[in-house]
Design a protein around this ligand. Structure first.
Ligand SMILES: Cc1ncc(COP(=O)(O)O)c(C=O)c1O
Length: 375
């Protein structure tokens, strides 16, 4: 068997053996045990998000996170009079824009440079000066590692425009970052981020009152979230072939989260991972893209500038780490040459220490003296 590598990536992420093992058996999608598994997963997700089932529902959708985002946008935005304001400070904000444009949804984008904060005043002014049925943004901008203040923005949005639907892409935030859904109407996330399940489906939290108004909105048959919801409520089943193995693994990922101590304990572990990583990387002379003192800097993923040294070459650095069993990730920003190191998934402080020792060894092999001078 190929060497097991640790993934320090934004996803797909490494998962534990106990979660992986659940995928070793087949199960029929109509078996009572499987229908009960789906019911368990939906019920537990509401508990994890700390929302009541009288207000919220959760609807899983086959595919990766982008499929669920597309499904949420094309189902909840009316065909004729919908208009979305998208807040963008990175590539995943831009992806929300692309999803809307692809479906011919009327859209306006409010961009700030990558990794910078939005001005809440600018957002509320824009909402007051025009009618937007929806406002959408990313929670943790995984391309930079920035956390956007969704709760603060949600409160401000509802104060000036209570009927505007607030949609959040919390793909890499949910469960890694404790959050309050009070002012959020739609939140989308996936199995294989901080929930530590296998990739294969994603899910949307929606206010029921909103979803119940969405029949017939969808521009797509397979991504119709309302139909998916109706089928789940009526039959307990998905409409089309479900990744059964992934669902079994996800139920185990929920039990694993509970055994770890829930969202607070998981967030604590991720924070510890990131703190160890940044402290030692800084000692080696690596510089982060975001300022450490910035409250936006998340512990989900960190972007590091390429060191300024004639011997540094990212491909060589990456491949040498890969050979040692550690997988990192290229950067995804346009303003600087960066690489990224994720600290979520089945990653523990000892894994981070091993990665750091692999990085030191690699720098030695590349003949780059530590600490790096960056001149
Ligand atoms: C914030 C955010 N949005 C959307 C996505 C897209 O998810 P997927 O690649 O599962 O479609 C990602 C993936 O990392 C993400 O981090």
């Amino acid at each position: 068997m190929d060497k097991m590598r640790k993934l320090f990536t934004p996803g797909p992420l490494g998962i534990s053996m106990r979660v992986r093992q659940q995928m070793l058996r087949d199960i029929g999608s109509r078996e009572p045990e499987f229908i009960e598994t789906i019911r368990f997963v939906r019920k537990k997700l509401l508990e994890i998000a700390n929302v009541g089932d009288e207000v919220f529902t959760v609807v899983p959708m086959q595919g990766s996170g982008t499929f669920a985002l597309e499904s949420a946008f094309t189902t909840t935005i009316p065909r004729n009079d919908g208009k979305v304001l998208i807040l963008d400070n990175g590539s995943y904000g831009k992806r929300l824009m692309k999803i809307c444009q692809t479906s011919s949804i009327q859209t306006e984008i409010m961009s700030v440079p990558e990794a910078l904060n939005f001005s809440i005043e600018d957002i509320t002014k824009r909402l007051e000066s025009d009618q937007f049925s929806h406002l959408a943004m990313v929670h943790c901008e995984t391309s930079t590692g920035a956390i956007n203040p969704i709760e603060e923005i949600g409160t401000a949005v509802k104060a000036v425009s209570p009927d505007t639907i607030f949609m959040v892409d919390s793909m890499s935030g949910f469960v890694g970052i404790p959050m309050n859904l009070d002012n959020i109407d739609v939140m989308v996330t996936s199995t294989n981020k901080c929930m530590q399940g296998a990739p294969g489906f994603a899910y949307c939290f929606l206010k029921k009152e909103l979803l119940n108004r969405c029949k017939g909105n969808s521009r797509s048959l397979s991504l119709d979230l309302f139909d998916q919801y109706e089928a789940l409520e009526k039959t307990g089943q998905f409409r089309f072939t479900i990744p059964t193995h992934v669902m079994l693994a996800f139920a185990e990922a929920i039990r694993e989260l509970e055994d770890e101590g829930g969202v607070i304990q998981r967030a604590k572990r991720y924070k510890e991972n990131a703190e160890i990583l940044r402290r030692e990387m800084q000692q080696m002379g690596f510089l982060t893209l975001l300022d450490h003192s910035d409250h936006q800097l998340s512990y989900i993923i960190t972007s590091f500038h390429y060191p300024k040294h004639k011997n540094f070459n990212f491909d060589i650095f990456y491949n040498k780490l890969y050979e040692k069993g550690s997988v990192i990730y290229p950067g995804k920003v346009t303003i600087a040459n960066c690489f990224r190191i994720g600290t979520i998934g089945d990653i523990w402080p000892d894994d981070i220490k091993k990665l750091l020792s692999d990085i030191k060894e690699t720098m030695q092999e590349m003949e780059i003296d530590l600490p790096i001078k960056n001149v």
